[in-house]
Design a protein around this ligand. Sequence first.
Ligand code: ZN
Length: 100
Amino acid sequence: MSTCICSCGESAPHEVARRTTFDGQTVCLWSDGTLTAIMGLYVAGIGRKRLPMERLWEIANEAALMTMDEVVEQFQIHHAIERRLQRRARRHEACKEIVA
Ligand SMILES: [Zn+2]
C-alpha cells in the first residue's frame, strides 16, 4: 500500500479527484490513498491514514449523499476492514513459514 503509482504514471502523491459532500464540504482524493479537505488539509478522524484506491473511490462515489461526518465514518470502517485483512494475510504468511 505504501508504493502506489497512479494510473496516470505519476509516482509522487497528487490529487486525483475532488467531491462535494451532502453538507457542502470538499473532499480530495490523493493518489497515495489519503483523503483530505481542500488544500490537502488533514481531516479530523482520518489524518494521514490511507486506503487502497478502490476503497477511496467507493467513498467518493457516495460522497454527495453523505455528510462530512459520514465520510469520516465510512473511511474509518474501510480502514478497519483493511487492517483486519492485512493482519489475516500476515497470519497466513506465518503459516506458510511453519509448513515450509
Ligand atoms: Zn495520477
